[in-house]
Design a protein around this ligand. Structure first.
Ligand code: MRU
Length: 367
């Protein structure tokens, strides 16, 4: 997708052929700045400090982190250390573990002298595959928007989303936003309600920014507004991304997603979750009990970042000094609240049976 009219990806190898360029997402939307990763440790810091974030992009950055580690040392010990350090950066998004397991499975059987080239090659493939996966998610999700548009007599289809499951969370297109971009390209009028997504404001800072850059009409709302809008018929459907889906269809996503799903069910608003195959954790069943939930620094809750007149970006305290704060990064929406999954292979029910219908190889593997 575009920034200032320029097609842009979230991660790429620089012209030197080895260092890796990312967008510093902690600075958006106020400042567009890129950062160069030169070591595996740079990649690990970029993930844990959330310069890059969003499940698919975390996985892709980790894959390049392994490639950067291989530049310095291609031994088994260096590979294991890279996987350990990168794997400890963020706990909830399973795409991180997926990408690291994939890199290890490809590199370990190779002789040390072959590992560097193959690591870069596979990291680039993971990125390219993610672009195609997200494009396909959009093509399938577009069907939902087309059907809703038929009932709207030319009025915009109103879509509510939470956090940023857009192209900034992936390599391109996004998961939840891909159907929106494809509907807009087809001339279907759309409008997106963007949850601001406290405490880090990925909705207000990132989703609104990328929708704006693509000319998609959107309105930022406070996180608690969704239920009210749904009660008044102002939301045609909800679509979010996810950081981990269990084999039984429970969905971990940014904190607050669960409450949106509850409100959606209470108001008969369809609630879809968009995901690539790399977000399914086939080893887990009960998401509430089994998915690790990231807890971040409470200072993210008691402070807020913004731009003041004159252009400087500042952080201000918004809480009474001395108050405790808790900062749970994600919550789990039980499968029963989810209307369906939009994947690169099509749309299915949020259940083991639904996922097996799209991924029959997994059904066979578990039989
Ligand atoms: O903490 P973040 O910004 O990494 O959280 C991102 C989300 O919750 C996204 O919805 C999720 O990763 C899906 S990305 C396509």
């Amino acid at each position: 997708m575009k920034i200032n009219g320029q097609p842009t990806r979230t991660i790429r190898v620089n012209g030197d052929g080895w260092s890796v360029e990312i967008i510093d997402q902690t600075k958006l939307p106020h400042v567009f700045e890129t950062v160069t990763l030169r070591t595996m440790e740079d990649a690990a810091r970029a993930i844990s400090d959330m310069l890059v974030r969003g499940a698919p992009l975390i996985g892709a950055t980790a894959a390049y982190g392994v490639a950067l580690a291989m530049r310095e040392d291609t031994s088994d010990t260096a590979l294991d250390r890279a996987i350990e350090v990168l794997g400890a950066t963020r706990p909830t998004a399973v795409n991180l573990q997926w990408a690291l397991a994939d890199m290890k499975a490809r590199l370990l059987p190779l002789g040390a002298s072959d590992r560097l080239d193959i690591a870069y090659e596979r990291a680039a493939q993971i990125c390219d595959e993610d672009v195609e996966t997200c494009r396909l998610i959009g093509a399938h999700g577009l069907q939902i928007i087309r059907e809703l548009a038929e009932q709207k007599n030319g009025d915009p289809v109103n879509i509510l989303t939470h956090c940023n499951a857009g192209w900034l969370a992936c390599i391109d297109w996004g998961t939840a936003t891909s159907p929106v971009y494809q509907a807009q390209a087809e001339g279907i009028p759309v409008h997106v309600w963007v949850d601001e997504t406290r405490p880090r404001n990925q909705g207000a800072f990132l989703t609104a920014f990328e929708l704006g850059q693509e000319g998609v009409p959107h309105t930022i709302i406070v996180d608690n507004a969704g239920g009210h809008l749904m009660q008044h018929g102002l939301v045609d459907f909800c679509i979010t991304g996810t950081d981990r889906v269990t084999a039984d269809g429970d969905v971990a996503n940014k904190i607050g997603t669960y409450l949106k799903a509850l409100a959606a069910v209470d108001n008969n608003v369809p609630f879809y979750v968009a995901l690539p195959h790399s977000t399914i954790d086939w080893s887990l069943s009960d998401g509430v009990k089994e998915i690790p939930i990231e807890e971040r620094n409470p200072a993210e809750v008691t402070a807020m970042q913004g731009r003041v007149p004159g252009g400087a970006v500042v952080t201000v305290d918004i809480a009474a000094p001395g108050s405790l704060a808790a900062n749970y990064g994600f919550d789990v929406t039980p499968a029963r609240l989810v209307t369906g999954f939009v994947t690169e292979r099509g749309i299915c029910g949020a259940s083991r049976q639904g996922l097996f219908s799209l991924y029959p190889e997994r059904a066979r593997a578990s039989a």
